[in-house]
Ligand binder design. Sequence first.
Ligand SMILES: Nc1ncnc2c1ncn2[C@@H]1O[C@H](COP(=O)(O)OP(=O)(O)OP(=O)(O)O)[C@@H](O)[C@H]1O
Ligand SMILES: [Mg+2]
Length: 409
Amino acid sequence: MGKIEGIRIENYGSLKSVKLGKLFSYQAGEALGNMTTIIGPSGTGKSTVADAFGFLADCLDKGVEEACDMNYRGGFDRLASQNSSAPIKFELYYRETSNSRPITYELEIDLDNKDRPYVKLERLRMRQKTQAKGYPLTFLYLAGGKGYAYEGKESGETDAGVLEGAGRRVEVNLADKRKLGISTYGTMQEYTRIVDFLDFLKSWYLCYFSPDKARQEQFFAPHPHLNRTGSNINNVAHYMYREDRAGFDRVLADIQKKLKGIKEITPSPMDDKRIVLRFLEEGFSEPFYSPRMSDGTLKLFAYYLLLNEHTPRQLVFIEEPENGLYHQYLADLAIELRKGVGTGFKKQVFVTTHSPFFVNALEPKDVWVLEKGEDGFSQVKRASDYDYVKSMVDEGVSLGDLWFSQYFG
Ligand SMILES: Nc1ncnc2c1ncn2[C@@H]1O[C@H](COP(=O)(O)OP(=O)(O)OP(=O)(O)O)[C@@H](O)[C@H]1O
Ligand SMILES: [Mg+2]
């Protein structure tokens, strides 16, 4: 469980300084909802926002040096904003449930004296139970791998170094300054809050679905979750078919609302341990197999599998879902995604899109517009903060139509 109510990104490519939603350092902001959509002309930084989420997940998994080199990022020098010598910085404002206190996670990555990326600062903070307002207590603090962590649910210390609560304080000195402290301390039961936060970050899913990858030969290995490109889609379908037939039937029913000719989808393991999907279509006696299915069919199938996951990933980021999909499906897809994530703390979705059809199904407060400022760096504004947009949507005009007609963005 959990979702982020806000994020600040600094010195990450074109994102020299952007913030979305509510933060510890920006309490006036309105918290992000369960579905956030990012729009804007080409080159304004949409994919960079998606990649910033991917970068955080990679830092957790591989350490910051490798994360800077992965995914065509080209190393710290290329990745950090040009003309800036400041560290790459992130601030996440996270809440586990509606009645839990928000947690702030800060991460700063810089180059050491041998020009190697390292974690300059990492900090977790949470307000005390007894305080309705006021300064939160730090329960993990690491500067260059050195600092402290607090066990338990409540303890921490103030900025002045005053200890509060009964939890044990442990001195920390990480062996590797390129690794995140949360990846170590989040595996130890005593550090309850760090464990929960790590679980949340680990369940992020960045979707770069590629129909070509989905068509690739796949070997039998049932799996509950789609990987980044969808190259294990047959195994995910098989897992759901086996473990959660009702969920699989819902996926089929969702697909049939759009692709009416599809009668049946069946995962079929073969004797030689390969696995394919069989699609039975109206008018044909023989099935078609997944390598022969259209881009849009595979993509819709992947999104519906994602929406019906048995153990849902808590944060999902989808880039340009419109690619390869018939435009009439897009408003529906946006509605289904909104419905799928609901209003609770189970799932949160971020989407980038160029499609007004998709945006037509959204509320102004859930849409963020990226533009390039005069200095060449990205600026971001909530659609609801543009003059007239909110009132026109309240009067019944669709948001995507306003965008298309250049009322904003
Ligand atoms: N280190 C950097 N510092 C500043 N700007 C950078 C840096 N690296 C890349 N950029 C800029 O950021 C842009 C990246 O934009 P991005 O790919 O996020 O755009 P997008 O909004 O996803 O566009 P599209 O709609 O075409 O997919 C590049 O085009 C480049 O102008
Ligand atoms: Mg892009």
